[in-house]
Design a protein around this ligand. Structure first.
Ligand code: COA
Length: 464
């Protein structure tokens, strides 16, 4: 492996103690609605946006759109059903279902109870009654907090059963807003158990939280209030804080022990970030690598390519310093040295997101699915996850790929996305505004929202 890519595999292989106590992700299933809107044709023309801005500046090509019979709960039930079928699970095998969402369908009732109700239409009434469920809300970081929590429950070993974490969301912004082309929808279900086949969590969590107004959805509002540019900055600040905390803990516990000239990311093969839109992971990795490389051997190469970073003590005018520093950050992000690391460690995680859009709390796990579908992860490699939730919070944690990873069957996700139905801008707008009452695709072998009764209770069915 070349020096820029790090060499953690060798370092990891000497530490078998972590592997023996492993708890982590054994398998995953992904559900994406079967309708999509292309962003480069009619959409970009009607919105008067240069298609290059969408495909290069933002990084999106297609947006997944839920059909009239779908909501966040049906999508969650679909990904869970697929996970159960893939892994031959029975309801009695599952002790807990922790569900992360910011697309709640009820202010009090846990979405997981609706999901269990749907699954019982397939597995039999009462089949999930011994399984507990709770909804985690913390914008896009909810599912990651659910994963952290459930992994401790599994590790405690007081219950033989496995845990399931579900992410499900419909990312929705007002029509014609700058958030519109970053929408998407989908659900990811993760099977969490001991001796996982895919990746063992290393149980170090670097956290950063502060009160922010970057993105929020007051009670009763169908779309979020988003201060877009501010949300980018909050994301970067929180990610840098959480990464510093992760690196310090990993060093203190001896998990990552950089030698002279090395840095934390030398010990990491794959960096996966929350993906509100693919370009954001490039911004995130530039911020993290610039921070991590500054005191390492990499910095010589950076300076050789783009010069010396501005330092505050050389400036009488603080504003001028900030302008120059921002310019330097842009040069860093465009540098060959950074781009090489970005292509090697980060870029592939956004492959599915380009075709799906934002799925909020599941998007970082859609990133994991991208790597798995592309067969990019080898046993013993370290994956470092950087989750972000507006409001705001970031959590950085790592996992190590397990020997069983190559035995987990592909989900055929890229092929499945090609089989979706393209819809027109008008069809999309009707669905977006809740005016498209008829399903565009006739439901088959799937859960549907059949009706909402006069009390607001939602009735779901399984259509064969
Ligand atoms: N061709 C190629 N690239 C173009 C372009 C063109 N014609 N026009 C613009 N771009 C580039 C810009 O230069 C910029 O890239 P850069 O950062 O490398 O300079 C990129 O496209 C984004 O364009 P910009 O105009 O800065 O952003 P925007 O107004 O489209 O807003 C968001 C982007 C993300 C702020 C907006 O979509 C949003 O509010 N999304 C919802 C909130 C969100 O996702 N937040 C993220 C953190 S959680």
């Amino acid at each position: 492996m070349s020096s820029i890519l790090g060499n953690s595999s060798k370092k990891i292989s000497s530490d078998n103690s972590l592997l023996s106590a492993a708890v982590g992700i054994d398998d995953m299933a992904v559900y994406i609605p079967s309708l999509y809107l292309p962003l480069t044709g009619e959409f970009s023309r009607q919105r008067d946006i240069d298609p290059e801005k969408l495909t290069r500046g933002i990084g999106v090509e297609r947006m997944a759109v839920p059909d009239a019979h779908e909501d966040a709960a049906t999508m969650a039930a679909m990904s869970l059903l697929e996970l159960m079928r893939r892994c031959d699970l029975q309801p009695g095998d599952i002790g807990k279902i922790y569900l992360g969402t910011e697309s709640a369908v009820d202010e009090a009732k846990a979405m997981g109870t609706y999901v269990i109700g749907m699954l019982e239409r397939v597995y039999g009434s009462g089949s999930f009654q011994g399984c507990s469920t709770v909804e985690f809300k913390s914008a896009c970081i909810g599912t990651t907090l659910a994963l952290e929590s459930i992994s401790y429950w599994v590790a405690a070993g007081e219950d033989e059963r496995i845990g399931v974490v579900i992410a499900t969301d419909v990312a929705r912004y007002p029509l014609h807003s700058p958030g519109e082309y970053t929408q998407g929808a989908g659900s990811v279900s993760l099977l969490v158990k001991r001796d996982p086949r895919i990746a063992a969590l290393e149980q170090i969590y670097g956290c950063f939280t502060r009160d922010e107004n970057d993105f929020f959805r007051p009670l009763g509002c169908a779309t979020a209030t988003v201060n877009g540019k501010h949300s980018n900055q909050c994301y970067l600040d929180a990610m840098q804080g959480a990464f510093a905390s992760y690196a310090a803990q990993a060093a203190q516990k001896g998990l990552i022990a950089p030698k002279r000239g090395e840095c934390t990311t030398d010990w990491i093969e794959h960096l996966l970030f929350h993906i509100p839109y693919p370009r954001m992971v490039e911004y995130a990795s530039a911020a993290i690598l610039r921070q991590d490389w500054r005191n390492s051997r990499h910095w010589k190469n950076v300076e050789a390519e783009i010069g010396v970073e501005p330092e505050p003590q050389n400036y009488a005018d603080l504003e001028k310093y900030q302008v120059d520093l921002a310019g330097y950050a842009r040069s860093f992000a465009r540098s060959r040295y950074f781009q090489q690391a970005y292509n090697a460690k980060v870029k592939d995680s956004a492959a599915l997101s380009r075709q799906v859009g934002n799925i909020y709390t599941g998007s970082i796990y859609l990133g994991l699915a991208s790597l798995l579908e592309l067969r990019k992860v080898q046993a013993k490699e370290r994956l470092c996850f950087g989750a972000y939730g507006s409001g705001c919070s970031a959590l950085v944690f790592s996992a190590r790929a397990m020997p069983g990873i190559s035995s987990v069957p592909s989900r055929g996700l890229f092929e499945r996305l090609e089989r979706r139905r393209e819809i027109s801008l008008q069809e999309y707008e009707l669905l977006h505004e809740g005016e498209g009452k008829e399903s565009l695709n006739r439901p088959s072998e799937e859960f549907v929202l059949a009706r909402i009764d006069h009390q607001g209770y939602r009735h779901y069915e399984y259509v064969r």
